[in-house]
Design a protein around this ligand. Structure first.
Ligand SMILES: [Zn+2]
Length: 268
């Protein structure tokens, strides 16, 4: 098996909902917008891998490596993942990784109170068990969602270890992946994650993850409602197919004719 040598876009999502509070909207995508993104990825020939699969791909241990991998990650564990994201992922045959803040399971997103989003329902343990059974990789995202780089070393280590153990005990699965709350990390935090027994950790980074990247500081792009077509192609590193270009042209030609007909004028 050959080692992975190409860059892989890792997309970061949070909530998939129609009703995101105003100041939380840049971390949110509507179910319709999310479905459009999945359709677009499928049209571009992308195959969604979990983070664990990407790590195996990079180590040369994944059978049948896809030509065009993409990784979809969801932070925090919002209940709308079960309601909206999972059914859409299943329709498109896409896999994903979900990073869970264990202290908020079955509760609400109280740590987001400061931006008016503290009331959002979080996944419960029954839903998490169901997701794990359906091929969603469950990763850890601390117990209480602190900025780990600002905590004393012992407290940061406790947050990291407790979230892993809680998920493993409650769900009976091995938890190998971690994501830093807010994307914040430091050399000490990265070491604590490695020493806790994780094999990878996602940050933010706003760039496409390179095969030689530190597995404890994986770069992710933020995906939101506006990440459609051209913006999504830019993140995926894909180019429109000639069919898509043709369809876009026909669509704009049809619109130009309609606008001329309805408004009696036409401008570029
Ligand atoms: Zn988070």
């Amino acid at each position: 098996m050959r080692r992975m040598t190409t860059d892989t876009p890792i997309l970061m999502y949070h909530s998939v909902s129609e009703r995101a509070p105003r100041r939380f909207r840049r971390f949110s995508v509507t179910p319709r917008g999310f479905e459009q993104q999945l359709r677009h990825m499928r049209e571009r020939g992308c195959t969604a891998l979990t983070i664990g699969e990407l790590m195996r791909l990079r180590a040369g241990r994944l059978e049948n490596p896809p030509a065009r991998p993409v990784v979809l990650t969801f932070d925090d564990g919002f209940a709308d993942f079960h309601e909206h994201a999972m059914p859409a992922l299943a329709r498109y045959g896409m896999r994903a990784t979900l990073y869970v803040t264990t202290g908020y399971v079955g509760r609400t997103s109280a740590w987001l109170q400061g931006i008016g989003a503290g009331h959002l329902p979080m996944l419960n343990w029954g839903q998490l068990a169901e997701l794990a059974q359906h091929g969603i990789e469950i990763g850890a995202h601390t117990a209480s969602h602190p900025a780990l780089d600002a905590l004393p070393r012992i407290e940061a280590a406790r947050e990291i270890v407790v979230s892993k153990r809680t998920l493993e005990d409650k769900l009976g699965i091995a938890v190998d992946s971690f994501a830093y709350p807010f994307g914040y990390h430091s050399p000490g935090v990265r070491r604590a994650v490695r020493e806790a027994g994780f094999g990878s950790a996602c940050a933010v980074g706003y760039r496409t993850s390179r095969p030689d990247e530190n597995p404890f500081a994986l770069s992710r792009h933020i995906a939101c409602e506006q990440t459609q077509t051209v913006a999504l192609d830019a993140l995926l590193g894909t180019r429109p197919t000639s069919m898509a270009v043709l369809r876009d042209r026909l669509r704009s030609a049809a619109w130009a004719r309609l606008r001329h007909h309805v408004l009696g004028y036409n401008h570029a």
